[in-house]
Design a protein around this ligand. Structure first.
Ligand code: HEM
Length: 81
């Protein structure tokens, strides 16, 4: 039986990035649709979404504290795919 108490990149993290996020950040060299990239840049991603600098105002909704916490929990869960 699947462990519902553990976060998953595919189920919980990937859907928090919009098509606009993915498209724009590819131009800056980070593929937010890629497990490997999101894991590699996790600290920077967390910093920008939690301090509200990403996504930039006007290009998407700021992440809620629940979304930021879910991202942090995925790290604590040791990055389940
Ligand atoms: C790894 C951390 C990140 C860095 C260093 C970063 C940096 C940047 C930079 C330098 C730009 C171009 C800014 C501009 O030309 O106005 C940009 C644009 C953008 N970023 Fe990020 N970003 C990060 C994470 C994210 C995340 C996690 C999201 C979404 C949740 C995001 C969404 C966007 C969007 C939507 C744009 C396009 C803004 C526009 O042109 O209107 N970025 N980012």
């Amino acid at each position: 039986m699947a462990d519902e108490t553990t976060t998953s990149f595919a189920r919980d993290i990937r859907p928090m990035f919009t098509d606009i996020d993915v498209e724009h950040m590819k131009g800056s060299g980070i593929d937010l649709s890629s497990y490997d990239d999101v894991q590699s840049y996790a600290a920077a991603i967390y910093r920008t979404v939690s301090n509200g600098t990403m996504p930039p105002p006007g290009s998407g909704k700021q992440w809620t504290s629940e979304m930021c916490e879910r991202f942090k929990q995925w790290q604590r869960d040791n990055w389940p795919p």
